[in-house]
Design a protein around this ligand. Structure first.
Ligand code: DLL
Length: 430
């Protein structure tokens, strides 16, 4: 359905991007006070930005810019043209408000439809959307995309897991969308309900994202449910989900660059990095009407490549997210990313993918890692828990070069049914 735009020749894609870039630059400058001010401060006129290279002259937009303009300071259209509002999740103080015109919502649905069609969802699928509706963009974002593909949509939302499982079974659901950690909760309750996810359900594919997850988690999900599991990326500031998705090669996520212009920068110097270098993802919306955003610092760390993918789609790929610039923790002078800890933990049988890193300060910084283990291990002899704890602590020490305390907890102790897991709790900041 979206073959033509997905496989657009590289030169045509660049000229489409540049045409849209010039338009959005003028549009943002003329309609959003913040951009007029930023251009002035940088001594720039909209005509100075003619191509993707020129874009590097423009100052960045940050989360604080959006927060400081709460609630409607970033709008480029009158309120009467705004037909939906969402807000960003999980922040203290003012949230970020996201506004959409009718065309924004149509474009957003096309983008999530494109993601679903890449993972093979068609009108023959029954698609259960097991993610928060309401103010979070995950639910409604995929809802309209799946309807656009004429799939049968089950707008299940999050929570109420036993009922979700009954629907998965009774409605012969073939495709799901969820936060990855939620699927393990589904698996636990399936076993309580004597339902074998492979024998008794009909699932074939799933699209997962909104929080970091690893290839090990993918393998586990694919084995437990007998599905193909695909990663997808998005953020409220760019509308929500629908920014990038994995194809059948599962080797990076195609970023829909007819809608979003991607750059990767050095998070410290702000310099643009070349293809294949790890850095912070910066995105520019090319088509948004209600809230155009130029050079947005996502804080997400990734690698961008324009190398052609074996699938033939021409849009560049970002690697699975490698962390966030604001997630790096410094413990006793050592820089640590949660993904390093996750890599160690998930290779140990019996440990599930839910963990939380707690940093506290007594005399020195202390690092405690709370991690969920499978139910059978928890009910086992006390020494198997102790063995697991020792093994995890030793392996973490080898990789991090730092002593940690591992606390093993029962399934579902760390994350709720509906929320993204809070990976880092820094009590030094309290
Ligand atoms: O999480 C949008 C979304 C909904 C994406 C459903 C995918 C599926 P926010 O709540 O604004 O929006 O959070 C955005 O979540 O900057 C990343 O740090 C993180 N994130 C999103 N997708 C992934 C992913 C939605 N696939 C923030 N892997 C982003 C890792 C992800 N982190």
């Amino acid at each position: 359905m979206y073959e033509q735009i997905e496989r657009i020749p590289a030169d045509k894609l660049v000229s489409l991007q540049e045409k849209r870039l010039k338009k959005i630059i003028n549009y943002a400058y003329s309609n959003v006070g913040l951009y007029k001010k930023k251009f002035k401060e940088a001594g720039l006129r909209p005509d100075d930005i003619r191509n993707i290279d020129d874009l590097a002259k423009l100052p960045f937009t940050t989360k604080d810019d959006l927060r400081n303009n709460y609630p409607f300071g970033m709008l480029a259209v009158p309120m009467k043209d705004v037909i939906r509002l969402h807000t960003s999740s999980g922040t203290t103080g003012n949230p970020i408000v996201l506004a959409y015109t009718r065309r924004d919502l149509e474009n957003w649905a096309k983008l999530t439809a494109r993601c679903l069609s890449v993972i093979g969802v068609t009108k023959n699928d029954v698609f259960q959307n097991m993610i928060g509706y309401h103010m979070f963009t995950g639910g409604l974002g995929y809802h309209y995309g799946a309807e656009l593909l004429n799939a049968t949509v089950v707008p299940a939302g999050s929570g109420n897991t036993k009922r979700q499982i009954k629907m998965l079974k009774d409605f012969k659901v073939t495709a799901v969308h969820a936060i990855p950690s939620y699927m393990f909760h589904i698996a636990d309750l399936c076993s309580e309900m004597n339902i074998d996810p492979i024998r008794d359900l009909y699932l074939k594919k799933g699209i997962f994202g909104a929080e970091p997850w690893s290839n090990t988690t993918r393998e586990r999900l694919e084995t437990i449910f007998g599905i193909d599991a695909y990663d997808n990326y998005g953020l409220s500031e760019m509308s929500g989900p629908g920014v990038a998705v994995e194809c059948e090669y599962k080797d990076g996520l195609h970023l829909w660059s007819d809608y979003f212009l991607a750059e990767v920068i050095d998070p410290i110097s702000g310099e643009r990095l070349e293809d294949g270098k790890k850095g912070e993802l910066v995105l520019t919306t090319l088509c948004k009407e209600a809230m155009p955003i130029l050079r947005y610092r996502t804080r997400d760390i990734t690698i961008l490549t324009n190398e052609e993918c074996s699938c033939g789609r021409r849009h560049p790929r970002i690697s699975r997210l490698l962390g966030r610039t604001d997630d790096m923790i410094v413990v006793r002078g050592t820089n640590i990313f949660p993904s390093q800890i996750e890599d160690v933990l998930l290779k140990i049988p019996g440990i599930r993918d839910n963990y939380q890193i707690i940093i506290d300060r007594d005399v020195m910084d202390e690092l405690t890692i709370k991690v969920e283990v499978t139910k059978d291990i928890f009910n086992d002899e006390p020494f198997s828990l102790l063995n697991l704890k020792n093994r995890a602590e030793n392996e973490l020490k080898t990789v991090l070069n730092l002593k940690t305390t591992v606390e093993l907890v029962e399934p579902q102790t760390i994350s709720g049914e509906t929320e993204k897991t809070k990976r880092i709790v820094d009590l030094r900041l309290v």
